[in-house]
Design a protein around this ligand. Structure first.
Ligand code: SF4
Ligand code: MG
Length: 320
């Protein structure tokens, strides 16, 4: 369970009110080494928050985070410092996540230098290698972020993450802000790096095409809950949860970057005041009495395929 202090700026931003939102609740996410897990949901469903928890940028108010089977708060100091570097986050907007007053080479080398990951004399070469690895010309090391294109800026962000030798990247809508042709190039880079470095990814996206293309496993979130989780092919071939079915309904199979959410009727309720029972019931075409009062648990309906819907545990005769 996570308490997120949401700062709601009012008026001219002078007055800030804090509110508690259970952005992510009762979520269990297992990510295996070298695995690509796609995390999908409409905006406001808690997927960014979950990504930030995984990347260590948010602390859950309770709950456990295990790293190599160990609770993180019990890790020895050295292992905790290692974990800090081991999981890196790639953000949606590279312009906002890069310091505009630092040169590309400094941005990429900053953490390497701070943590002494490479001997001082080799740092310049190391930064050049990283730039090359992500498809940037090392001669551009003295340029500032605004002197690059959007796609190049995202490559700087990727090089910065890669430079600290991570095990896992949490990519939060990392290609969403890019042109479709550039998206494909950056996605290809992600896949190459995954192969070359055996990286693990948590790939957060609202783009089903991207997720289907990249992921071994897909996790679908709705209002702070995981509602379905399955191996990618299985999820796309046979979605179980009505929310997932609605997402996939009538969506033409297009190339990556073009398969968007099918708009589902009804607004997403506020996470401040989620509906009782199954959070999806006001929008669900199959909702029945039990859905309005009892929250469905995530159940394994087939090996490795989980879904949280009362239809799976209510006999047909007990439904209206
Ligand atoms: Fe729909 Fe009920 Fe299943 Fe929720 S539990 S998805 S409301 S059928
Ligand atoms: Mg988000």
């Amino acid at each position: 369970r996570l308490d997120v202090a949401e700062r709601l700026a009012r008026g001219l931003g002078a007055k800030i009110k804090e509110q508690t939102v259970h952005a992510v609740d009762r979520v269990t996410l297992n990510v295996g080494k070298g695995e690509v897990v796609g995390l999908v949901g409409e905006s406001g469903c808690g997927k960014s928050t979950l990504g930030r928890i995984v990347a260590g940028l948010h602390k859950p108010s309770d709950g456990r985070f295990l790293y190599r089977g160990q609770p993180v708060e019990q890790l020895a100091k050295r292992d905790a410092a290692h974990l800090d570097l081991a999981i890196q986050m790639i953000f949606q907007d590279p312009m906002a996540s890069l310091n505009p007053r630092m040169k590309a080479g400094q941005i990429i080398g900053e953490a390497v230098q701070a943590h002494g990951l490479v001997p001082r004399a080799e740092q310049k070469d190391y930064v050049a290698q990283m730039m090359q690895r992500v498809g940037l010309d090392p001669d551009y090391r003295a340029r500032y972020p605004h002197q690059f294109s959007g796609g190049q800026r995202q490559r700087i962000g990727i090089a910065r993450a890669l430079a600290v030798k991570p095990e896992m990247l949490v990519c939060d809508e990392s290609v969403a802000a890019l042109d479709v042709s550039i998206q494909a190039q950056v996605l290809n880079l992600f896949m190459e790096l995954q192969q070359d470095f055996g990286l693990t990814y948590l790939f957060i996206s609202h783009d089903l095409g991207v997720v289907e293309h990249l992921s071994d496993q897909v996790v679908i979130m709705y209002l702070g809950r995981v509602v379905e989780q399955a191996p990618t092919a299985e999820l796309f071939a046979g979605p179980n949860h009505p929310y997932t079915q609605a997402l996939l309904e009538d969506v033409p199979r297009l190339e990556a970057g073009k398969r968007r959410f099918h708009p589902i009727k009804g607004e997403i309720p506020s996470p401040l005041d989620p509906p009782p029972g199954c959070h999806f019931h006001p929008r669900c075409p199959h909702a029945f009495d039990r859905c309005r009062v009892e929250e469905p648990a995530l159940e394994e309906i087939a090996p490795g395929h989980f879904s949280a819907c009362h239809l799976n545990t209510t006999s047909r005769t007990d439904r209206p």
